[in-house]
Design a protein around this ligand. Sequence first.
Ligand code: NAP
Length: 252
Amino acid sequence: MRILILGGTGEAVALAGALDARGHRVTTALAGRTREPHKPAGALHVGGFGGAEGLARFMRESRFEYLVDATHPFAAQISANAVEAAAETGMPLIRLSRPAWQEPENGRWIHVENEVAAAAALPGSVTALLTIGRQHLEPFIERRDCRFIVRTIEAPTEGLPADFTLLIARPPFTRQAELALMRRYNVSHLVAKNSGGAQTEAKLEAAHILKVQVIMIDRPKLPAAATVSSVEAVLEVFDQLPPPRRLFPFLP
Ligand code: NAP
């Protein structure tokens, strides 16, 4: 089958590899924001499509037969575009969304809707570890009364104020390393997006142990779509599809 995977996650890379190995013709689409993305198996499309309409046109012109939305749970626009484009083209869509993290019993999470609300939820004069990526840091830059440790995979494109501490690091992170980091900087608050997944979960365990206040940005609401939570579940869907009908069954 010709499958278009909307990527930008580790799961998308794993899925592309597995579908390619099963003989499917896979193309992974990336937004093009990361300077050195992991290269998935199969073909690569880098850059936006021009909204839902552009995505629908791309799917039609390249004769895809199936669309997989394996983007990050916070990439709300492209997920909405996928639903709209699938409806417009009549193409089947499956969304792969890893399970959200659950607050532990006696957890100290404050749930907020976005970065602005997260910055507003910080009391004055605290030390906060920000693990929300390199975009949308402006609301925190405005909080001159707090100290910030910003951890990102790639450096932010805009410079940060001189008193911000920038740590460039790529997951996975271990609980030991997260405990050491929080202790080293005397972190009192952790700001995180509820991305889910094992690679960056250790910070929540460390915060729980050290009684660090977690400010959790909840996932954006997405339009309804058939959704599974693991690469294996997507593969099962494809493995159960009937083989494609051949126009000339007598030909090899
Ligand atoms: P977004 O706000 O949902 O999308 C904005 C626009 O970027 C889309 O309308 C689309 O442009 C383009 N785009 C997004 N993902 C694309 C993809 N996989 N392939 C081609 N075009 C794409 O997305 P975002 O939050 O900026 O995330 C961008 C990418 O980074 C996604 O692939 C996502 O999986 C990955 N990512 C996001 C986060 C996060 O926290 N948001 C974290 C880790 C990884 P057009 O309308 O022109 O098609």
